[in-house]
Design a protein. Structure first.
Length: 225
């Protein structure tokens, strides 16, 4: 799955109210007065990414990098934009550039791991997730994506461990309950699956995936009676 972390920096302290129609308008207005600001180009890239205007986002992130060649976040989000466009080689290049600039940050490893996980290079992604965790051991998102990678290679034990660690770090992480319950159900451990899904549903009562899984489990158990 695509996973992107978009950062926003404050662009100005005082702006007339009429320019606050939306964030894109705001940053575009600021850019007129400060066209060489890498941060404003970056912020615009973030906004265009959120608006699914990926081509323009790519242009803005590229301009931010042109103005500041050591802008790690811009490389990461440019890579993420390329990933959205299925430009895998370009995405990998941007993530590796970010890694060279910021080798002690967990983010380049995490972005690169997600890219590899999404493109079938699962074993490589697992090693990168581990490296990211060595730098940010309390991040539940990394454990969750690591669990999905382990699941793809059929390592059930490590999949379960990763999802459980996700929940330990963030007890409100509904997706981890969904996937952990599914692993238990696939292994025939229906009581554990029901317990996990029930906990997840208490946290997120409107979660349709968990509701559907519980309904299917109840149907299966009725057939066996």
């Amino acid at each position: 799955m695509l996973t992107g972390i978009l950062f926003i920096y404050s662009g100005a302290t005082i702006i007339q109210n009429k320019y606050w129609k939306n964030e894109v308008t705001l940053y575009a207005r600021i850019l007129k007065f400060n066209p060489k600001s890498s941060r404003i180009h970056y912020n615009l890239g973030v906004m265009y990414t959120k608006d699914n205007n990926t081509n323009v986002a790519i242009s803005e992130f590229s301009e931010a990098i042109k103005l500041n060649p050591n802008y790690t976040d811009a490389y990461l989000n440019l890579g993420y934009a390329y990933q959205i466009k299925n430009r895998t080689n370009d995405a990998e290049e941007m993530f590796n550039r970010a890694l060279k600039i910021s080798p002690n940050s967990y983010l380049p490893y995490y972005y690169l791991a997600n890219l590899y996980n999404d493109t079938g290079r699962v074993s490589e992604s697992i090693e990168l997730y581990k490296k990211a965790l060595s730098l940010r051991s309390n991040n539940p998102d990394i454990y969750f994506d690591l669990g999905r990678a382990y699941d793809r290679i059929g390592n059930t034990e490590e999949t379960i461990n990763s999802y459980q660690k996700t929940i330990e770090l963030n007890p409100a992480y509904a997706a981890a309950y969904t996937d952990l319950g599914a692993i238990f159900a696939q292994n025939g451990e229906f009581d554990k699956a029901k317990m996990i899904w029930s906990k997840g549903l208490k946290i997120e009562p409107a979660n349709s995936d968990i509701k559907l899984n519980l309904e299917k489990l109840e149907q299966l158990q009725r057939k066996k009676e």
